[in-house]
Design a protein around this ligand. Structure first.
Ligand SMILES: [Zn+2]
Ligand SMILES: [Zn+2]
Length: 134
């Protein structure tokens, strides 16, 4: 159980790299709290200055912070989102031009529809690994 009001002591766990083909599309530094296990992250995209948001966006209790990839017809995008396994998430889908509801399974699978491929990657489980956009 994650207790409310944890003072959070974040420790660096490693980085997740996101590649689009051979091009590095971004790096997410992953931290987790030594006390409650909540994760937090700092996102760096090439050409943008790093946003140091550590401590401002920890995963809410019971939710898992993931990278959601979204691909259609050779164009791909990714974003961070906090999801609750086994429930619905709202996603602002650029290929579909608006908000869609995706049913997330317990093992973090999401459906593809309308010709758009979606996939979720838990930050915790992909530390020090590379994610390739489809
Ligand atoms: Zn904590
Ligand atoms: Zn989408």
């Amino acid at each position: 159980m994650i207790e409310e009001g944890c003072p959070h002591r974040f420790e660096f766990r490693g980085a997740v790299q996101v590649y689009e083909g051979d091009r590095l599309s971004g790096v997410v530094d992953v931290f987790s709290c030594a006390l409650c296990g909540s994760t937090d992250q700092v996102v760096k995209r090439p050409g943008e200055s790093a946003r140091h948001t550590l401590g401002f966006d920890p995963s809410p209790p019971g939710q898992v912070t993931c990278i959601l990839t979204c691909a259609k017809g050779g164009r791909a995008d990714w974003q961070l989102c906090a999801v609750s396994p086994g429930s619905e998430m709202v996603h602002n889908c650029s290929p579909l031009g608006g908000e869609v509801k995706l049913q997330v399974t317990q093992d973090l699978k999401v459906p593809s529809f309308g010709g758009v491929e979606h996939a979720l990657y838990s930050l915790k489980e992909n530390v020090n690994q590379a994610i390739r956009l489809p």
